[in-house]
Design a protein around this ligand. Structure first.
Ligand code: CA
Length: 667
C-alpha cells in the first residue's frame, strides 16, 4: 500500500455543515479532526498577520463517541467579518490553521473569516442565470488568465480595475484611440460561449499585498475562496467574493458561461496546508514519509479518501450554487480516481446535467501516482467515465501542429507524420476506423493551444523559422487559419488559448507561469494588426454555432461521417439525412496542407448531392455561400481549406436569396 488507509480507522462525516454555519444571532463552527485530542477556536478582529486581542474558545466533540471526529462550538452574536483559526492538537503536534472549509479569508489566506454571504451579493444577483449549452459539443471555450485579460494599457480598462475581476464588468472598452473593442465587448463579438479562467481559487505563490506579482496560480491554498490578488482589496475577505460575483454576472449578462480551472490534485505545500494540519497523514498520498508526486509539484492529494472525495464534491457544488459557475476544468485529472469523478458528475447532475466537466487525462509523473493505472482518469479509461466528462485530445493537438514546444511539424506545416491522429481527432476520437478512445464527441476537447507550452503563433514561428520569433510572413497566418478550421470544424468540444485568434505571442516563452506581464499580458492592439485572422475565427465560430452536424454527440452520428486522406488532402463528409432540425443534409471539410493545388473526391456512405456551396475557404469564413461546385470531385488550392454545404439545404434554409453573390469556383 502506498498510503495508510485511514478510512478504516476514522469515522467519516456526511453532513453538509463543516466550516461555519452563520446566522445574525449565532455562528456554529464544525471541523472534522478525528485524530485530535483538543481543538480550540481563535477569533480575531482582523485578517492580516498582526496579533490582536484574540478570543480563544474550546471546541467539543459532537458526540460522546471519541471516533466521530467532528468538533464543534457555537458563538452567540453576529460574527460577520470576524476572522478565525483553529488550534488543533494532534499527538504532540499543535498547529494553528485556517479552516479546511474556509469560505473567506484575510490577506494571504492565513486566517479564515465568517461571512454573511447574502451581503456579498451584487445588485441583481438574484436574477443572475447560468449560461449552459444543451450539448457539451456546442461549447466553444476561450482560456484566459484574469490578470492577462486586462493588465495591458491596450485593454482600455480603467486603471484601478486592470488585472482584476472587475475588469470583466467594464463595458464598451476599446484599444485606446481606436474603435477596436477589447475585453468583454470583444468576446461578445467573437462569439465564444465560455471563458475558462486560469485558477481563481485562493493560491499561494503571489503575495496579495504587492499587486505586482504574477503567477498562473496552480498552487492551491484554499479551494473555496477566491484569490485575493485579483480583488481591489485583499485585506477584507468579503470584497473579493463580491467582486468575483460581479465578474460572473457581467459575463453571464454578455451571454458567456464561466468555467473554473480547478487543481484538486496537489497543493501549494502539503505540510503547511490546512488539510495536513487538521488531519495529519490523511489527505495526501504518501510512501513512507515521502509525499508522492504524480502532480509534478511536490505532493499529490488522495481523491480516493472519503473525506477528500467529499471535500471535492462539496467545494464544486459550492462554486456552482454560491458563485453560479457553469463548468470545471480538472487539472491533471489522471491524478484522480474514476469513482470520484463519476461521483462528482452525479452530484453536479442533481443541480444541472449541463454543467461542463473536462480535464487533462494525464499526470505529470506516471510512476508516482499511488493509484492503479486502471483506476485513474486517463484517456485509456475514458470508457469507464461518464460521457459528459471530457478530456483534452493531445494526440490531435500534436497531429495539427507537431510537438508543443519543439520545432517538429504537424499537418498544417506540411508534415504527414501524424495525420491519422488528426483524422481520429476530427471524428471526436469516437471513430473505430481511425482510432478511438472516447465514447462519443462529448468526451473530446479539440484544441491547438492552451496556457501550457508555446502559443500557437510562437509554435508556428519556431517550427517554420527556427526560433525566429520576429519573422513576418503571411504563410504563418495561412497555417494558423488551417489550425482554426481543424479545431472549429471538427467533432468534439473546441477550445483555444485567449488570443490564438490574433496571433498571440509570448516571444517564445513556453512556460510563462511566473513570467512578467510583459510576456503574459494580452496585447489587444494585435486584434487590429491581425483583424483578418480574428474575422476568420469569428466566421468559423458562427458556422459552428449554426450547425447540428458539427456539434453531433452520438456514436450513431459519428458513423455518418466519412473521412478520407489521399496523402495530401483531408476531406471529411458529414451526413444528416433525416435532418430533423432544418440543418444542412451534408457538410464537408476539406484541407490541403501542400504547396500545390490538389485533386480529391468527397466520399460518403450516402448518395452525395451534385451541387455544393462553399461557406468558408482559406480567405474568408462568413457562413454565407460564395462559390458553387457542381460535383464531388474537385481541386483545392495550395495550403487552404474549404467548408462546403449541400446547395439544396442551403437554398431551402436561406430562400435562394444569396444566388446573385454565388460564383462558380475558379481555381
Ligand atoms: Ca492567495
Amino acid at each position: 500500500k502506498y498510503y495508510s488507509n485511514k478510512d478504516e480507522i476514522y469515522n467519516t462525516y456526511d453532513k453538509n455543515d463543516l466550516g461555519f454555519t452563520y446566522s445574525k444571532e449565532k455562528t456554529t463552527f464544525k471541523v472534522w479532526a478525528p485524530a485530535a485530542s483538543q481543538v480550540l477556536l481563535k477569533l480575531y478582529s482582523t485578517g492580516s498577520y498582526r496579533e490582536d486581542n484574540a478570543t480563544v474558545l474550546s471546541m467539543k466533540q459532537m458526540h460522546m463517541d471519541p471516533t466521530n471526529g467532528v468538533w464543534s462550538v457555537t458563538v452567540e452574536g453576529d460574527l460577520h467579518g470576524i476572522y478565525y483559526t483553529y488550534i488543533i492538537q494532534n499527538g504532540k503536534k499543535q498547529n494553528e490553521t485556517q479552516d479546511v472549509y474556509s469560505k473567506a479569508t484575510g490577506v494571504n489566506s492565513k486566517r479564515s473569516m465568517v461571512v454573511d454571504l447574502e451581503r456579498t451579493n451584487p445588485d441583481g444577483w438574484e436574477n443572475d442565470k447560468h449560461i449552459f449549452v444543451d450539448k457539451q459539443t456546442q461549447a466553444i471555450i476561450w482560456e484566459v488568465h484574469v490578470r492577462d485579460f486586462s493588465i495591458s494599457l491596450t485593454s482600455g480598462v480603467s486603471r484601478q480595475n486592470r488585472g482584476t475581476y472587475l475588469a470583466f464588468t467594464e463595458k464598451d472598452t476599446k484599444v485606446p484611440c481606436t474603435d477596436a473593442p477589447t475585453c468583454l465587448s470583444y468576446l461578445q463579438e467573437l462569439g465564444i460561449t465560455h471563458v475558462q479562467l486560469n485558477p481563481v481559487y485562493d493560491y499561494g505563490s503571489v503575495d496579495e499585498r504587492t499587486g505586482t506579482e504574477y503567477n498562473w496560480g496552480y498552487d492551491p491554498v484554499n479551494y473555496c475562496v477566491p484569490e485575493g490578488s485579483y480583488s481591489t482589496d485583499p485585506y477584507h475577505g468579503e470584497v473579493r467574493i463580491k467582486e468575483f460575483k460581479e465578474m460572473v454576472k457581467a459575463l453571464h449578462e454578455a451571454g458567456i458561461g464561466v468555467v473554473m480551472d480547478v487543481v484538486y490534485n496537489h497543493m501549494y505545500s502539503a505540510d503547511d496546508s490546512c488539510f495536513e494540519k487538521t488531519v495529519p497523514e490523511y489527505y495526501f498520498r504518501k510512501h513512507g514519509n515521502r509525499y508522492l508526486n504524480s502532480s509534478g509539484c511536490g505532493n499529490v492529494t488522495a481523491s480516493e479518501k472519503l473525506m477528500y472525495r467529499k471535500y471535492m464534491v462539496d467545494s464544486l457544488k459550492y462554486w456552482v450554487e454560491e458563485y453560479h459557475i457553469d463548468g470545471f476544468r480538472f487539472d491533471l485529472m489522471a491524478c484522480h480516481d474514476i469513482d470520484t469523478l463519476n461521483l462528482i458528475r452525479e452530484e453536479l447532475d442533481k443541480i444541472d446535467p449541463r454543467i461542463l466537466m473536462y480535464g487533462e487525462p494525464w499526470t505529470a509523473d506516471n510512476g508516482d501516482n499511488g493509484i492503479s493505472g486502471d483506476d485513474c482518469c486517463s484517456k485509456a479509461n475514458a470508457k469507464k467515465l461518464s460521457d459528459r466528462i471530457a478530456m483534452f485530445n493531445d494526440d490531435m493537438r500534436n497531429g495539427i501542429k507537431g510537438g508543443s514546444d519543439d520545432d517538429t511539424k504537424g499537418y498544417v506545416q506540411g508534415s504527414s507524420n501524424d495525420t491519422y491522429k488528426l483524422l481520429a481527432g476530427m471524428m471526436g476520437a469516437s471513430s473505430d476506423t481511425f482510432g478511438r478512445w472516447a465514447k462519443c464527441p462529448t468526451q473530446c476537447i479539440t484544441y491547438a493551444s492552451a496556457h501550457d507550452n508555446l502559443t500557437l503563433w510562437d509554435k508556428l514561428l519556431k517550427s517554420n523559422y527556427n526560433h525566429d520569433y520576429n519573422t513576418k510572413d503571411t504563410s504563418i497566418i495561412d497555417q494558423n487559419k488551417l489550425c482554426a478550421t481543424l479545431v472549429l470544424m471538427s467533432l468534439g468540444i473546441p477550445f483555444m488559448l485567449a488570443g490564438e485568434e490574433f496571433a498571440r505571442t509570448k516571444h517564445g516563452d513556453h512556460n510563462s507561469y511566473r513570467s512578467p506581464d510583459s510576456v503574459n499580458a494580452i496585447d489587444w492592439s494585435r486584434t487590429l494588426r491581425y483583424k483578418d485572422l480574428v474575422a476568420y475565427y469569428k466566421g468559423l465560430i458562427r458556422i459552428r454555432k449554426n450547425s447540428e452536424l458539427l456539434t453531433c454527440c452520438t456514436p450513431e452520428a459519428v458513423h455518418k461521417t466519412y473521412m478520407t486522406y489521399n496523402g495530401k488532402v483531408i476531406a471529411g463528409t458529414m451526413a444528416n439525412i433525416d435532418n430533423p432540425k432544418n440543418d444542412y443534409k451534408f457538410m464537408a471539410i476539406v484541407v490541403n496542407n501542400t504547396n500545390e493545388k490538389s485533386a480529391f473526391e468527397l466520399k460518403s456512405n450516402y448518395e452525395l448531392p451534385n451541387k455544393w456551396y462553399a461557406i468558408a475557404d482559406h480567405d474568408v469564413a462568413t457562413g454565407k455561400a460564395f462559390r458553387a461546385f457542381d460535383s464531388s470531385n474537385f481541386e483545392i488550392r495550395p495550403q487552404s481549406a474549404l467548408v462546403l454545404v449541400d446547395a439544396e439545404s442551403y437554398d431551402k434554409i436561406n430562400g435562394n436569396k444569396d444566388q446573385d453573390s454565388i460564383a462558380e469556383y475558379i481555381l
